[in-house]
Design a protein around this ligand. Structure first.
Ligand code: DOR
Length: 452
C-alpha cells in the first residue's frame, strides 16, 4: 500500500461550509491547496489547527477596496490595508484605481504589483480605471496579469477618474470582454444639484444631493449600453430600491454588489449620529431603500458584498460638509458586521458565504478560489459565531485609525485567517511575513495557463 502523503496543515474538528452543505469535517491542506475533506484524525500532518467550536468558511474575497497607494499614503497603504484585511478575516482583495496617479496604464498597474510584492498579507488584484485617454486600450489593459478588470466612475467621487458621456462609455464597453465594474451616479445630475449640499452644509443633505434618481439614471444608461454591446457589467454599491427593480430584469448581463454599511446604517439617523463619518458615495439612504437591499440579499438577486473600504483621515472627514471627503473604512469590519446580521437572523451563514466567497469568484472568474473543496486554494476564514465583541477604533489596522462602527457590539468574530495553507492571522494578531500574491482570472488567461 502506498503511504498517504502527509498534510502540511489539518484544520481539525470545525464545522465547515462546503458547496455540499455545512458539515463537521476536517480539512486537509497540502502545498497551499485543499486536498481532503473528511475524518483525518489518523493522518500525518506537519501542523494542526484546532477548530472545535468554530465555523470554517471559504476565504472572504472583498472585491472593492481603496488602499490609496500610491499617492494617498497618509490615509492607507498596501501594507496597512492588507493587514486590516486579514485581521478582519479577508483573504483576497480587489483594489480600486482612483489612486494618484490613477491606475490607467500598464505602467501604473505594474507599479502597484511591484509595490505589493512582499508587503501585502492577502492576495490582491488591481482594477484599471477607464479614463478619457485610455478607452481604446482597455481591451489590452484588462488582460494584464494582476488586473481585476476595468472600473468606470460615471459620477465623480474621490480622485479624478470620470467617464460621464454615453459616447465615451460606449467606447469603453465596446473594447474588451471582461465584466466592467461601474460606479453608477449620473454626473450631470450631480452637478445640477450640488448647490443643495452647499446650502444645507450638513451631511444629512448627502442623500438629497446624490439622490436615488442620480443612481437610477446612471444605472439605466449603463444597462442600455451593456445591452447594446452584450457586455457584462458589475454595478458597485447598489443603494436604491428602484435600481434593484431594473437590475432584476437584466441578470443576464448585470451583477450586483451591496455593502455592509448600506445594509447596516440608515438615514437620517446615521448622519445625526456620525456626521460626515457616514458620508460615502453613493450615500447611505433611508429605511425603504435599506429594506429593499435586504430583500435582494435574501432573494439571491445580489451577487456579492464588497466593503468599499475607502479610508480618509479623521481630520479630512471633519472638514465642514460638503468639503469633507466621501468614504469610510470597512475591510476589517465586513465579516464581524455580517456575522452579527447572521446571528440576528437577517441572512443565513450559507448565503453570506455565497456573497463573500463563491459570489466574487463566480462574478469575476477568480481562478481556484471561493470554495472549501478539493483542488481549491486553502484560503479559510475561521469564525466564532457565538463570540461577543465590540468593534473599536483602537483595534483597526487601517492607517486612518477610525471606523464608523466604533462601539458597535456584535455577535460573531473572525478568529483566524488562512491564506493558501498558512495561518496569517490568529486571535487578532497577524502571523508571519506578508505573502500575498496576485489573483488570477480565468477570462484573462492565455489558453495555456487556463488548462494548467
Ligand atoms: O464614498 C466613496 N469613496 N465612494 C467612492 O466611489 C470612492 C471612495 C473613495 O475612494 O474615497
Amino acid at each position: 500500500m502506498t503511504p498517504t502523503l502527509p498534510f502540511d496543515l489539518v484544520v481539525r474538528g470545525g464545522t465547515v461550509v462546503t458547496p455540499g452543505g455545512t458539515v463537521a469535517t476536517d480539512v486537509g491542506i497540502r502545498e497551499g491547496k485543499i486536498v481532503a475533506l473528511g475524518d483525518l484524525g489518523a493522518a500525518t500532518t506537519a501542523a494542526t489547527f484546532e477548530a472545535r467550536g468554530l465555523h470554517v468558511l471559504p476565504g472572504v474575497i472583498d472585491s472593492q477596496v481603496h488602499f490609496r497607494e500610491p499617492g494617498g499614503l497618509h490615509k492607507e497603504d498596501l501594507a496597512t490595508g492588507s493587514t486590516a484585511a486579514v485581521l478582519g478575516g479577508v483573504t483576497a482583495v480587489m483594489e480600486m484605481p482612483n489612486t494618484e496617479p490613477p491606475t490607467t496604464t500598464a505602467a501604473a498597474l505594474t507599479e502597484k504589483l511591484t509595490l505589493a510584492r512582499g508587503r501585502v498579507r492577502c492576495d490582491i488584484a488591481f482594477y484599471v480605471g477607464g479614463a478619457l485617454d485610455n478607452l481604446d486600450d482597455l481591451d489590452d489593459l484588462e488582460r494584464l496579469p494582476g488586473c481585476a478588470g476595468v472600473k468606470i466612475f460615471m459620477g465623480s467621487s474621490t480622485g479624478r477618474l470620470l467617464v460621464e458621456h454615453d459616447e465615451r462609455l460606449a467606447q469603453a464597453l465596446s473594447r474588451g470582454h471582461r465584466r466592467v465594474a461601474i460606479h453608477a451616479e449620473d454626473e450631470l445630475r450631480l452637478r445640477e444639484r450640488r448647490h443643495l449640499a452647499a446650502e444645507a452644509a450638513h451631511p444629512r443633505a448627502h442623500p438629497v444631493w446624490r439622490d436615488a434618481e442620480t443612481a437610477l439614471t446612471a444605472t439605466w444608461r449603463i444597462l442600455a449600453l451593456a445591452r447594446r454591446f452584450g457586455r457584462p457589467i458589475h454595478v458597485l454599491h447598489v443603494s436604491t430600491a428602484e435600481e434593484l427593480e431594473v437590475l432584476a430584469m437584466c441578470k443576464d448581463l448585470a451583477t450586483i454588489e451591496v455593502t455592509p454599511q448600506h445594509l447596516t446604517l440608515e438615514a437620517p439617523d446615521c448622519y445625526e449620529r456620525l456626521g460626515t463619518l457616514a458620508q460615502m458615495n453613493p450615500p447611505i439612504r433611508d429605511g425603504r431603500h435599506r429594506e429593499a437591499l435586504w430583500a435582494a440579499v435574501r432573494s439571491g438577486l445580489v451577487d456579492v458584498l464588497g466593503s468599499d473600504h475607502a479610508p480618509h483621515t479623521a481630520d479630512e472627514k471633519h472638514r465642514p460638509y460638503p468639503q469633507s471627503p466621501s468614504g469610510m473604512p470597512g475591510v476589517q469590519t465586513l465579516v464581524p458586521l455580517m456575522l452579527d446580521h447572521v446571528a440576528a437572523g437577517r441572512l443565513s451563514l450559507e448565503r453570506l458565504v455565497d456573497l463573500t466567497s463563491a459570489g466574487p469568484a463566480r462574478v469575476f472568474g477568480i481562478a481556484g478560489k471561493g470554495r472549501v473543496a478539493p483542488g481549491f486554494d486553502a484560503d479559510l476564514t475561521i469564525v466564532d459565531l457565538a463570540a461577543r465583541r465590540t468593534i473599536r477604533n483602537g483595534e483597526q489596522a487601517t492607517r486612518c485609525g477610525w471606523t464608523p462602527f466604533d462601539g458597535t457590539k456584535v455577535v460573531g468574530w473572525p478568529m483566524a485567517t488562512v491564506l493558501r495553507g498558512k495561518v496569517v492571522m490568529r486571535d487578532g494578531q497577524v502571523v508571519g511575513e506578508p505573502g500575498g500574491r496576485p489573483l488570477r482570472f480565468i477570462d484573462a488567461m492565455p489558453p495555456s495557463a487556463a488548462v494548467e
